[in-house]
Design a protein around this ligand. Structure first.
Ligand code: FB9
Length: 496
């Protein structure tokens, strides 16, 4: 038994009960955690019963303590200086010289209390004598007792960041059914020796606590992004999609842009949007020379009933190596392969992409793109819209809206919107479109095998799902491992 446990039992024996440990001279000095541990030990032997009492307790901030040290609030110090200089008058600069930042803080409050007025650049007292420093008196009361009866003053002082609310924990303690001033050694485990030598008969065993939780085993934890990625993968698989092999982060400009009919002067290809590699700087030309020529022709002169962009297409621009800016580069390679054996197909990928753009609380230079493509004979924009309803419907997001948009590789293109109940506004949840013939027919796909595609990011839904406001809480070196291990997840549809 600890000395503290003995003191608690002796206090109970003498006084019958302890209404609040905070009011007890001995117990009020004990660290709350130590007190709670000792009470729990005695409670587990049914020697005592106890309840936690939480009391609001206000404490002063550093600024408020500085006011007490100065002996007056800034507003009183300001009025005092103005009254002292009443004859020659005091300017704001004089005040700043005399009181520094205290003068700035104080004169605002003094004006608000109508203790001062301005006459040109001079400060004039509206009072004949120094007012009572009510705020200082209240701060002294709070410092002494931790409370103040006037709730509106408490609110005002909290707003001025002069006080903060804490909780102090006390305990009401009574005698338990097995109260005693001594603790019999309770056995916790029966052993084979006790059974053999019969000692078990005169031993007292601690009750088995069926409510205690087992020790949580140390284990790994999936990153929230990987959990949401798996949710999307399950949806794609359930809808008949095959996952693309997307682990190639470096692409040539040819596969990242030219195959997608993105013209070589498109702003997306500028340095401020795309990461270009120094080594290797350029790619080898694709083996399929016919395809290479087709792409060049459709950009430069037009082909497949398209007038193209009519600019001098440069092979060196096309061979520059980039960090892929979208997983649509992979989709292009897979659709080119599909041209060898064209048939209705559903493909998806969820992987990292890189954009050389300004970073902020919700955007980094890389993110995970979720992308789906569906090849089907004579499918239309209506099929795309209907499929988006199905796809997002599977994560509980209904009632979508669509807005005409532009992508170099899809026409028509649509931005996808859903209504966010929390923000009470429509939010963009993705982008989509019908891939252009200049891309598909150039690959050798049959004219009537149309392909729709859509994409969204993995980070945005994950941030919504886990209530993350800054993407750095989710990705990067500042991520808290506790967050990774213990984040409670909510369904996406509960939050949109
Ligand atoms: O993810 C986005 N928003 C989003 C997604 C889901 C969500 O919650 C889930 C439904 C429950 C909430 C929000 N966006 C796309 C929209 C915006 O966040 C946008 O500001 C950021 N976009 C990224 C690109 O920005 C540089 C998100 C990313 C994006 C945009 C377009 C595509 C992919 C990712 C695409 C595409 C595409 C189009 C046609 C054919 C193939 C691919």
């Amino acid at each position: 038994m600890s000395q503290l446990q003995l003191e608690i039992l002796q206090l109970l024996d003498k006084e019958g009960e302890i209404p609040n440990s905070l009011n007890n001279s001995q117990l009020s000095k004990i660290n709350p955690n130590e007190l709670h541990a000792n009470l729990s030990s005695l409670w587990s032997r049914e020697m005592i019963k106890f309840n936690k009492i939480e009391t609001d307790h206000w404490i002063l901030t550093k600024e408020a303590e500085d006011y007490l040290k100065a002996g007056a609030t800034p507003e009183i110090q300001v009025v005092d200086e103005v009254l002292k200089a009443q004859l020659e008058g005091l300017t704001l600069n004089d005040l700043k010289t005399k009181l520094g930042s205290t003068g700035i803080i104080g004169q605002g409050k003094a004006f608000k209390n109508k203790w001062l007025k301005k006459d040109g650049n001079k400060l004039i007292a509206e009072v004949k004598e120094l007012p009572k420093d009510e705020v200082l008196i209240d701060l002294k009361e709070i410092q002494k007792t931790g409370k103040l009866s006037n709730k509106s003053i408490l609110t005002e002082l909290k707003k001025r960041k002069l006080i903060n609310l804490t909780k102090i924990i006390g305990y009401e303690i009574q005698k338990g059914d097995k109260f005693s001033l001594e603790i019999k050694n309770l056995e916790t485990d029966i052993t084979s020796d006790m059974i053999q030598n019969g000692n078990w008969k005169n031993s007292q065993f601690k009750d088995y606590n069926f409510n205690s939780f087992g020790i949580i085993p140390q284990s790994g934890a999936l990153h929230p992004l990987m959990k949401v990625r798996q949710e999307f993968r399950d949806i794609f698989f359930a809808m008949g999609f095959t996952e693309m092999d997307s682990n190639q982060y470096v692409e040539s400009g040819f596969w990242n842009f030219d195959t997608l009919f993105v013209p070589q002067q498109h702003p997306a290809r500028d340095l401020q949007d795309t990461f270009y590699l120094k080594d290797p700087k350029v790619a080898k030309e694709p083996e399929d020379k016919e395809y290479w020529e087709n792409v060049k022709q459709v950009h430069q002169d037009g082909k497949y009933e398209s007038i193209g962009y009519r600019y001098p297409w440069k092979s060196e621009e096309s061979l520059r190596m980039v960090l892929r800016t979208h997983t649509t580069a992979i989709s292009a390679a897979m659709l080119k392969k599909l041209a060898e054996n064209p048939k209705p197909t559903r493909l998806f990928s969820i992987d990292r992409v890189f954009r050389n753009e300004a970073v902020d609380a919700t955007h980094l230079a890389e993110f995970h793109q979720v992308e789906g493509v569906i090849a089907g004979y004579d499918i239309t924009l209506g099929d795309l819209i209907g499929f988006m309803d199905d796809f997002f419907g599977k994560m509980g997001v209904d009632n979508l809206r669509f807005k005409a948009a532009y992508n170099p590789y899809t026409e028509p293109s649509l931005e996808i919107f859903a209504y966010h109940k929390g923000l009470k506004k429509w939010v963009e949840i993705g982008n989509s479109g019908m891939f252009r013939p200049e891309m598909l027919e150039t690959m050798g796909l049959p004219k009537n095998l149309r392909v729709l595609g859509w994409g969204l990011s993995l980070e945005r839904p994950t941030m919504i799902k886990y209530g993350v406001s800054n993407i750095r809480e989710l990705l990067g070196h500042k991520v808290s491992l506790d967050f990774i291990e213990s984040n409670p997840a909510a369904r996406l549809d509960e939050l949109l």
